[in-house]
Design a protein around this ligand. Structure first.
Ligand SMILES: C[S@@+](CC[C@H](N)C(=O)[O-])C[C@H]1O[C@@H](n2cnc3c(N)ncnc32)[C@H](O)[C@@H]1O
Length: 455
């Protein structure tokens, strides 16, 4: 470990920004990892694991601390609260760190941050957790599944309750557990620029193991890498990080050579880039998003991919662009959503989402659909997708759409590998749940516009 830099102190400052000031964990970690890019791979991995781990297991850590401490976490000074969370995470989840080291380092950090008078308190709580963590009793699963699951999987109760209502105990628990388990990163190769074999060879030359994914063209699972920008195939734009579920949305869009594809909520560009690749250099993709900052993210990806048949621009999907009415062969509507399908990868989303925001998102999705259907040519296609699992944002919105607009559902079974077939894929709807098919939680609905252009 680099002796000149105290990795736990860096993690503490990340946690203060994320959990006390509400900054996004992926943004904070990206900035810190960039700042400390000279660190050894081992130190960077420790920083990431400790910081993400604390955020991911927050409620369980607080429940454990509160079990042993007279002063409850919500009453503690922020620095002490974060130092204790870090200490408990190391005791419970980092086997390579001896409990004594977790306690001693926490005490040292408290002293270094000007809380020398609380050294005894920090030491006492952490030693008690180390001795007695086995005696902490979770809420009774049979009596109150939502309360039990909220602590065990560190999830707001309104979410555990909603998952229980919609999916039953077993599937709800499967999803919650999957959200906390590690999955390999998946990437999609730009097959219009390079073959899958050539990308695999290039990755293997850099010591990165890559495995193909059955039935998904261009998809690879990658292992044993550290920094994405240092992967040759990434910096040359041959590959794009993307979950398989999101690749399925691109496959569902299925643009034909020469098509015009409009992606109305496109940043950072995953589905637009996929569509441009599927067009093999023909046709055109326009990727829109709400702000200049978001469009810059899409442009960065376009630049790196070196695909020339797509462009990005700022446009509010709630505003009708009269010039584009009935112009698109394919409209991709991958809309803002509650993000419950990707909580495993962006762990602070779960704490920021509320029932009210989720309800507002359902209405926003409908308001956007109410505008953007008009861009689809008669006979053209619309793909609606979200990265969430709640039916109000998914099947209910999809059914509402085909009941109220001149579209009919189009089967997904001609494009999906058979392992993704469900009782609804023939009617153009697919709900993927975390932990069930090796993907994120995700929803796809595919529609065709009727030939008459009236609503
Ligand atoms: C789920 S993300 C899109 C992910 C993207 N399709 C991809 O595959 O990389 C939803 C996007 O909708 C954008 N958005 C939200 N409200 C919008 C609006 N009124 N108009 C356009 N874009 C909007 C957000 O900025 C966000 O980038």
């Amino acid at each position: 470990m680099d002796q000149s830099i105290n990795i736990r102190a860096v993690s503490l400052s990340c946690l203060l920004r994320i959990l006390e000031q509400g900054e996004y964990s992926h943004v904070v970690l990206r900035e810190e990892l960039e700042k400390y890019r000279h660190l050894e791979k081992r130190d960077r991995a420790f920083l990431t694991r400790l910081t993400e781990g604390v955020v991911e297991r927050l409620y369980e850590l607080d429940y454990t601390i509160d079990w042993f401490s007279k002063i409850k976490t919500e009453k503690m000074k922020p620095v002490i609260r974060e130092i204790l969370r870090m200490g408990v995470y190391q005791i419970l989840y980092m086997d390579a760190v001896p409990d004594s080291a977790a306690c001693n380092e926490a005490v040292r950090l408290a002293q270094k941050k000007g809380f020398g008078s609380l050294k005894g308190f920090v030491n006492g709580v952490l030693r008690a957790v180390s001795r007695g963590s086995g005696e902490v009793a979770l809420p009774d699963k049979k009596l109150d599944f939502p309360a039990y699951a909220a602590v065990k999987y560190s999830m707001p109760v309104w979410i555990t309750k909603k998952l229980l209502e919609e999916y039953g105990e077993e599937r709800a628990e499967g999803m919650l557990a999957a959200g906390l388990s590690e999955r390999p990163l998946t990437v999609r190769c730009n097959l219009s620029r390079i073959s899958l074999e050539a990308v695999k060879t290039s990755l293997e030359e850099q010591g990165i193991r890559a495995e193909t994914i059955d039935g998904i063209p261009g998809a690879l699972e990658i292992h044993d890498f550290d920094m994405l920008p240092e992967i040759d195939a990434f910096s040359k734009g041959f590959l794009q990080v993307q979950d398989v579920s999101s690749m399925l949305a691109g496959l569902a869009a299925a643009p034909k050579e020469g098509d015009f594809v409009l992606d109305v909520c496109a940043a950072p560009g995953g589905k637009s880039l996929h569509a441009a690749d599927l067009l093999h250099g023909t046709g055109r993709v326009e990727a829109q998003d709400l702000t200049a900052e978001k469009v810059r993210l899409i442009e960065e990806n376009i630049g790196r991919s070196r695909l020339t048949n797509l462009s990005a621009r700022v446009w509010d999907a709630l505003v009708l662009d009269k010039n584009k009415v009935a112009s698109a062969d394919v409209v991709i509507a991958d809309l803002p959503c509650s993000g419950m399908g990707i909580i495993g990868r962006k762990s602070d989303i779960k704490y920021k989402m509320t029932e009210d925001i989720q309800r507002e998102l359902v209405m926003l999705q409908r308001r956007i659909l109410d505008v953007i259907w008009q861009y689809v040519k008669p006979g053209g296609r619309l793909v609606y997708s979200t990265c969430t699992v709640f039916s109000s944002e998914n099947t209910e919105n999809a059914d509402w759409f085909s009941e109220n607009y001149p579209f009919y559902p189009e089967s997904l079974e001609e494009i999906l590998p058979e392992r993704f077939f469900t009782e609804t894929t023939g009617q153009g709807k697919l709900q993927l749940l975390p932990g069930e098919k090796g993907t994120d939680g995700f929803f796809i609905a595919r529609f065709r516009r009727k030939e008459s252009i009236h609503k």
